[in-house]
Design a protein. Structure first.
Ligand SMILES: [Fe+2]
Length: 256
């Protein structure tokens, strides 16, 4: 398990040797691409989420045909696959907000990479709707100061989720001081990742390595209305809820 920090140019070159890159991911290495997104784009993305949060009530919707964009608060609710304290935003290609947030990042390149790695030909996954079984989604989480986090878990490895692509959307040491993403090394234990990252960095890792988000500034008061804390942006490809299979859900290793 090593941590490789690349420039965007180095990352472009790395993608010409996907077998070598995937060998690193299989070894549970972490690849960090410095400044994958510029600060202005990250801030614009977050401001979009904050405006969405202010204008729409929290809600939840199964990923079925016509699923709207929505945001919800997870506060260790009973029955969660992975207990978490986070405010989550979900954007889908068939909705207007997805088009708006897509402007702020090179997400299409990450969707293309995931589809390339899948070895499956699903056509243009961005054109899919839930009844087709596999869809693209842009997710953002805000882990608030005052204990935001996520229990340790592994994510399902599916053909189109062979890598995790997380964009660090906050500044460690400014937006929060304590906590954040960690991985479990099989022999040496917990490896904290956020200290290697800056706002706009892309983090690439295996979904199969145990990981979690350690509580963010747990000594502070939990504030769901703030703008600071730890934010991430994740372009993902998932099975819609037209597909039911417990094997494709994340698996929690312990509780928060
Ligand atoms: Fe995860």
């Amino acid at each position: 398990m090593q941590i490789h920090v690349l420039t965007v140019l180095e990352w472009d070159a790395r993608q010409r040797d996907l077998a070598g890159f995937m060998a690193q991911i299989s070894n549970n290495d972490v690849v960090i691409v410095r400044n994958y997104l510029g600060d202005a784009d990250v801030d614009a993305f977050k401001n979009f989420c904050l405006a969405f949060r202010a204008s729409e009530a929290t809600s939840w919707h199964p990923c079925l045909e016509g699923c709207p964009d929505y945001h919800r608060i997870h506060n260790n609710y009973p029955g969660a696959y992975v207990p978490a304290i986070q405010h989550s935003f979900f954007f889908h290609p068939w909705n207007r907000s997805f088009v708006a947030v897509s402007k702020f990042g090179a997400f299409d390149r990450l969707f293309d990479l995931k589809m390339n790695l899948s070895g499956e030909n699903l056509g243009d996954v961005l054109a899919n709707t839930p009844s087709q079984g596999v869809i693209a989604r842009i997710v953002s989480h805000r882990y608030p100061r005052g204990g935001g986090g996520q229990a340790e878990h592994i994510d399902p490895v599916s053909p189109f989720a062979k890598i995790q692509t997380l964009i660090q959307a906050s500044s460690p040491g400014i937006d929060y001081n304590e906590g954040g993403l960690y991985l479990i090394h099989p022999t040496t234990g917990r490896v904290a990742i956020d200290g290697y990252t800056r706002k706009g960095d892309l983090i690439l890792m295996s979904p199969g390595v145990r990981h979690g988000v350690a509580p963010i500034d747990p000594d502070q008061t939990l504030d769901w209305t703030g703008t600071d804390g730890r934010w991430i942006i994740m372009p993902i490809i998932i099975h819609s809820d037209h597909v039911s299979d417990a094997g494709i859900r994340p698996r929690a290793m312990d509780r928060l």
